[in-house]
Design a protein around this ligand. Structure first.
Ligand SMILES: [Zn+2]
Length: 268
């Protein structure tokens, strides 16, 4: 266009030049309007399998909630089937030290015992596509065990979510080293179990998602958490927030660490 206008400038009188050069501007090559960057949220609810009526409220939440089911709960298998039938992603909520119980991983255990407990936990919770840690501040700080876990998950074709129950976790870092699909939690919704505090945490997650593009939230099936989520989740869209499932979140982040968990995309 510029060159045609420049040529015309030499041969035509000004009014005609103006008309010819303005014409293309009226065609659909419209100026791109300023679009706000997308902000994505994912939600995981932990500690499921204990209480069916309570846990079914989680399935009724209006969107792609991920259900993290504990192996040592009375309804683990039954609830996993229900969640799967309801189209929800199921993950194994794996007890890790300082958690206790027959499935829990402890740093002192030999690798054969870790393997046995992980196998049993996966058997107790069907339909899993991934795993996250229940507690685990001691266990997730063990590089060797975490490296073994990530290699094992890769063989099983399961993704890993680092719940980040401690800043000393090396779990996501070990996953990243071998390219295992993984993602890290950004915000715990309900460390403080009041509706006011939980609403505040949800706002923190929304702000973070706007700032860095996405945020992963973890909550629990407490009545206060569910009340806030039932009220607030249907309003996310109007606030410009896309609520996506955890697999989409893993693709979106492509195993990159967020600024709070590493540097230049690499986990600390
Ligand atoms: Zn838990």
């Amino acid at each position: 266009m510029i060159s045609r206008c420049s040529l015309l400038l030499h041969s035509l009188q000004a009014p005609l030049f103006t008309l010819l050069c303005l014409l293309p501007l009226a065609t659909p090559a419209a100026e791109p309007t300023a679009v706000a960057p997308k902000a994505y949220l994912s939600l995981i609810i932990d500690d499921l399998g204990q209480n069916l009526p309570r846990d079914r409220r989680v399935l009724a939440l209006p969107g792609p909630v991920t259900t993290a089911i504990m192996p040592d709960t009375p309804h683990a298998a039954e609830f996993a089937r229900e969640a799967h039938r309801a189209g929800k992603i199921v993950i194994l909520h794996m007890p890790m030290d300082p958690a206790t119980g027959p499935f829990a991983w402890h740093p002192e255990l030999p690798v054969e015992e870790l393997q046995k407990r992980l196998d049993a936990a996966f058997q107790a919770v069907p339909y899993t596509s991934g795993i996250n840690n229940h507690m685990g501040s001691r266990m997730t700080a063990q590089p060797q065990a975490m490296a073994w876990l990530m290699a094992d998950l890769q063989r099983r074709h399961k993704f890993f979510v680092d719940s980040r129950t401690s800043a000393q976790t090396v779990a996501a870092a070990e996953a990243q080293k071998i390219g295992l699909a993984s993602v890290s939690r950004d915000v715990f919704l309900d460390d403080e179990r009041t509706e006011a505090a939980i609403s505040q945490q949800l706002q923190t997650a929304i702000k973070l998602a706007r700032k860095q593009g996405s945020a992963v939230m973890i909550g629990h099936p407490y009545p206060q958490t569910l009340a806030v989520l039932e009220r607030e989740l249907p309003r996310l869209k109007a606030q410009g927030i896309e609520w996506i499932d955890i697999k989409s979140m893993i693709s979106l982040r492509s195993n990159q660490a967020m600024a709070g968990h590493g540097k230049n995309g690499v986990y600390r």
